[in-house]
Design a protein around this ligand. Structure first.
Ligand code: MN3
Length: 204
């Protein structure tokens, strides 16, 4: 049972001006498609050919680099498209359980923004910034290199990601060039807090 590239839940230009249509088109149609195809090729005929992506990630230390890179890339982008929305942004967080938890566990929305932005800005090279739920149901912020994520058994800090930001140059370079902090700031305007909250409640 091969993995399939999910359709984007909105049009390529839906996140403009924060994320431009051309970037979305290439990011989804080329990069994410390649991770999906390469993951299927790497799994073909192997022990994990019919495993769920979560099972694959939880056992990644025993699998090949191709499965690690492309399995992470497949999962991470699936999450990324869903936790953004043209109707996103800070107002969408109001009244949600995850916003209440950010207040009590992470020092409030402004502190979260600052710490999450720092996690993305200081990740050297390519990688992701994450907001996760740990085994005790508590929120934490982390980052990972390349296409790794906190579901992998090799993760420095393990948890369930409920919000992720792709800080690979392919995610922002056409519009922001080297200005990764500007891209991160723009991301906060498109966060789909309804979906983040749904994932928070499911992970807790
Ligand atoms: Mn990407």
């Amino acid at each position: 049972m091969a993995f399939t590239l999910p359709a984007l839940p909105y049009a390529f230009d839906a996140l403009e001006p924060h994320i431009d249509a051309r970037t979305m088109e290439i990011h989804h149609g080329k990069h994410h498609a390649a991770y999906t195809n390469n993951l299927n090729a790497a799994l073909a005929g192997g022990e994990h050919e019919n495993a769920s992506i979560e099972t694959i990630l939880a056992n990644i230390s025993k699998l090949t680099p191709a499965i690690r890179n492309n399995g992470g890339g497949f999962y991470n982008h699936n999450l990324f498209w869903e936790i953004m929305s043209p109707n996103g942004g800070p107002d969408a967080a109001k009244g949600t359980e995850v916003a209440a938890a950010i207040d009590t566990e992470l020092g409030g929305m402004d502190a979260f923004k600052k710490d999450f932005a720092a996690a993305g800005a200081t990740r050297f090279g390519s990688g992701w910034a994450w907001l996760c739920v740990d085994a005790d149901g508590k929120l934490f912020i982390t980052s990972s290199p390349n296409q790794d994520n906190p579901l992998m058994d090799i993760a420095e800090k393990k948890g369930t990601p409920i919000l992720g930001l792709d800080v690979w140059e392919h995610a922002y370079y056409l519009n922001y060039q080297n200005r990764r902090p500007d891209y991160i700031e723009a991301f906060f305007s498109v966060i789909n807090w309804g979906e983040v909250n749904r994932r928070y409640l499911a992970a807790k």
